[in-house]
Design a protein around this ligand. Structure first.
Ligand SMILES: [Zn+2]
Length: 365
């Protein structure tokens, strides 16, 4: 039997270029904050991480550990009575653990390689599965949920006096796996096909737009022209916007400009859109159409599938602010149409110009 055991581990190691001692060392190297890098980078339930952390530091309340802390109790495993209840016994050698491991989908014979400490044994499998399946190996998840299930079943027996059977342990494993599954990012492989590919739709000139709120023909609409200007080298950004067709004295611009920094031209344009909507809201404008020369901005507002982390918040804020108007629409127009806004944005990004002017009626309030 022992011969088979050693061959089995050797076989695994050979097939995977693993030196068991080295592998365990690599995983056991604790970073300054005391974590095991590879393990903690896994996408698993936070409570599992906490549990594993305690487990790998032999800090969970097994009977042997409680006895070491001076608590008077029998340290023998109350399930099999064959050995002391330490983590090695509880999770590997106890008869119930052996049955659970060998009948589970991983087919692990936990009683093998008995000279390995629990930590070595645990990290060996994590490393093996990660090497073969990738960092978020499903087998790692199953492996961890099995240990978790054994622990819950044991606590259920000790604190609630409920029987521990293989099927009870598997019920706990399943609960853990279900909870794990809920936390995983929802895979939406077909989402792109549910929406028409907006970029390819042929819109009449001036009609590529997104309506964020309201019905169009229920009153006069204010038009705000926006643009962004971005310097790639310095990351300096300028956002400009102004209210169109307003007859006001002294060529005073009704609108604003803001200087800042941003990561891309697109981000700058998205910011310009948000600032213009906030300005319109402050100016007491109830119905507004924003003119932008960015096709991408309108496209992004059409779709919920933006994965660009730098834009998600701003786009969400644009949608939220847009909904506070009686009418709100973002309309893609030709570049020539936004020339004045472009000049404002350029001045903001180059000379760090920032200002905000509101209509007279607003300043009187
Ligand atoms: Zn036992």
């Amino acid at each position: 039997m022992m011969l088979y055991i050693d061959l089995s581990i050797a076989h695994l190691c050979e097939n995977n270029n693993i030196n068991p001692a080295e592998e365990v060392n690599e995983l056991c190297v604790e970073t300054s904050d005391g974590t095991f890098k590879t393990l903690w980078s896994m996408n698993i339930l936070p409570k599992w991480k906490l549990f594993l952390w305690k487990l790998l530091h032999n800090g969970i309340a097994t009977k042997v550990n409680l006895g070491r802390r001076g608590i008077q109790l029998s340290v023998m495993c109350d399930l099999c009575g064959a050995a002391e209840e330490d983590i090695q016994h509880l999770f590997r050698f106890c008869v119930i653990a052996q049955q659970v491991w060998s009948s589970g989908t991983l087919g692990i014979h936990s009683e093998l390689n008995e000279t390995m400490s629990f930590k070595e044994w645990f990290l060996f499998y994590i490393r093996l599965f990660q090497r073969q399946d990738g960092k978020n190996s499903p087998r790692c998840t199953y492996f961890i949920s099995t240990i978790w299930g054994l622990w819950l079943a044991r606590n259920n027996r000790i604190f609630r006096n409920e029987a521990t059977t293989v099927s009870v342990v598997f019920a706990f494993i399943k609960i853990g796996l279900d909870q794990h599954g809920i936390l995983q990012p929802q895979v939406r492989p077909f989402v792109r096909h549910l929406h028409p590919p907006e970029g390819n739709i042929t819109f009449p000139p001036g009609f590529f737009r997104v309506i964020l709120a309201g019905v169009e023909d229920q009153g006069p609409i204010s038009t705000i022209v926006i643009d962004g200007s971005w310097h790639k080298n310095t990351k300096n950004a300028g956002m400009g916007w102004f209210l169109e067709n307003q007859h006001i004295p002294n060529d005073r611009i009704l609108g604003g400009a803001q200087a800042g920094t941003s990561e891309s031209a697109l981000q700058t344009e998205v910011l310009a859109c948000l600032l213009s909507l906030r300005w319109a809201s402050q100016a007491g404008i109830g119905r507004v159409t924003i003119l932008s020369d960015s096709h991408r901005l309108v496209e992004l507002l059409h779709s919920d599938a933006t994965m660009d982390i730098q834009l998600i918040w701003t786009l969400a804020e644009i949608r939220r602010t847009g909904k506070t108007f009686n009418w709100c629409c973002i309309n893609k127009v030709d570049r020539d149409r936004v020339q004045d806004a472009h000049d404002l944005a350029k001045a903001a990004s180059t000379y760090l110009l920032s200002f905000s002017n509101f209509p007279f009626s607003f300043s009187c309030l």
